[in-house]
Design a binder for this molecule. Structure first.
Ligand code: ATP
Ligand code: MG
Length: 427
């Protein structure tokens, strides 16, 4: 059917059938963040365009090509947020969080907007969950953050991930790194793409992030960033490596890893999945010690990461066993119209006790009711007809094994509470 008003390109509806995966990701993230004592922050969906121009950086894909920018009726230049870190840095300054506590550990969750070419795992409205630890420059903070990322995906049930790590230096050694890079690339620049040519003078480190196959070939023997790091950055990086090794987290150092944003300093890391195809980056993060000062605040170290919820869900859908056990639906089947009121009451009692329950009043014959229970994937069906009314009992049918048990009406909750396949959804 060709719709008169279809979705804008690069956006999509997330339908109820996919929602258990989203909730699984969001709930797991919230519980892990809480274990590491992070607190949620929510910022507006749009901000002043300048915040992103300054906070993300001129030479980046986001600022150059990907922002949804508009002018409102008051002639303000506004942009739908393409990422979460700059807004959080702004909120940190605006609300004086640095004065309230020495370290702010914040997490966020919500839609981001980037004008990109839509494809599998790449949308124009997508969702990120991210964390920012502001005020802590110690390499323990970087290592803890990487470890929290790995812990998070383990807990979600996503395997086959690998962590890559690099240091991109600081204001002191960045010019040295860039100069070496320029010397190395200089003679080949004419064979490389327009973006690389432009970035050569604006922001040469970004050349390392170019995905163009030809450009990649000219980078194979590139000088190792590690060799140009200043002592401070080199020591910091060695400690991060030492601490994550101590936790037994497998990782690789990729000397060409840089992040897409200008404000990153020192640690840069990525968590990629072998199950995502071309868009294999699940999570990206690193340190951004210069950002808060750059936005007009005091010098404040910070480290954070963000992961793509859409991509996490894509992986989880392939491993959907994880979620099957979460959907423990109980179906109540009134047999005969006169039994419907008592079932109406039973359903209410069960829902208040935390069970997930469905009932259908449209037909009251057993055949239809069992068919519905099956169709909805219920784990148990509670059958209640005239005979059960007479004896004040119910029949509980296990929809997987088809085994039926008759128990007293008043024992329904205690019966369901002691069977693993029917425990309340809140447990
Ligand atoms: P990529 O290299 O895939 O463009 P990125 O470096 O632009 O990623 P970040 O800005 O670090 O990504 O965002 C963190 C995560 O957000 C990514 O690892 C990815 O999972 C997700 N993400 C980024 N852009 C999109 C998008 N357009 N659609 C869906 N998810 C995205
Ligand atoms: Mg991108």
């Amino acid at each position: 059917m060709s719709l008169k008003y279809p979705l804008p390109r690069g956006t999509r509806d997330i339908l109820p059938e996919e929602m258990p995966f989203w909730h699984h990701v969001e709930d797991t993230a919230r519980s892990i963040f809480s274990a590491y004592n992070y607190q949620e922050i929510r910022t507006p969906i749009f901000e002043l365009t300048e915040l992103f121009e300054r906070g993300i950086g001129d030479g980046t894909d986001i600022v150059e090509k990907e922002m949804y920018t508009f002018t409102d009726k008051g002639e303000r230049r506004l942009t739908l947020r393409p990422e979460g870190t700059a807004p959080i840095a702004r909120a940190y300054l605006q609300n004086g969080l640095g004065k309230k506590e020495p370290q702010s550990k914040l997490y966020y969750c919500g839609p981001m907007f980037r004008y990109e070419r839509p494809q599998a795992g790449r949308y124009r409205q997508f969702y990120q969950i991210g964390v920012e630890n502001i005020g802590n420059e110690h390499p323990f903070a970087d290592a803890e953050l990487i470890s929290m990322g790995v812990h998070l995906f383990d807990e979600m049930g996503i395997s086959g991930l690998s962590v890559t790590l690099n240091s991109v230096g600081c204001l002191v050694c960045r010019p040295v790194i860039e100069e070496r890079l320029k010397q190395f690339l200089g003679s080949n620049l004419k064979h490389m793409c327009d973006d690389c040519n432009r970035r050569f003078s604006v922001n040469p480190l970004r050349i390392l992030d170019c995905k163009n196959a030809t450009c990649k070939t000219y980078r194979t023997a590139i000088p190792d960033i590690q060799e140009s790091l200043c002592h401070g950055c080199s020591d910091h990086f060695s400690s991060v490596v030492e601490y994550i090794e101590a936790l037994g987290i497998p990782f690789q150092i990729n000397p060409q890893l840089v992040r897409g944003l200008d404000y990153y300093t020192r640690t840069a890391f990525e968590i990629v999945s072998d199950q995502l195809g071309a868009q294999n980056a699940l999570c990206g993060g690193g340190r951004y010690d210069g950002l808060i000062q750059h936005l007009g605040g005091p010098a404040t170290p910070a480290v954070g990461f963000a992961f793509g919820v859409d991509r996490a869900v894509m992986i989880l859908k392939e491993l959907s066993d994880i979620l099957k056990q979460k959907n423990k639906l109980i179906y109540v089947a009134p047999i005969g119209a006169s039994q419907q009121p008592r079932c109406f009451y039973l359903v209410d009692t069960l829902r208040r006790a935390g069970f997930k329950v469905e009932i259908d009043y449209s037909k009251d014959d057993i055949k239809y009711q069992l068919k519905q229970a099956n169709k909805l994937g219920a784990t148990r069906c509670i059958i209640y007809g005239d005979r059960e009314f007479e004896s004040d009992t119910v029949i509980i049918k296990n929809m997987v094994t088809t085994e039926q048990t008759t128990i007293p009406f008043d024992n329904v909750i205690s019966f369901l509470s002691t069977h693993a396949d029917t425990l309340p959804h809140t447990s």
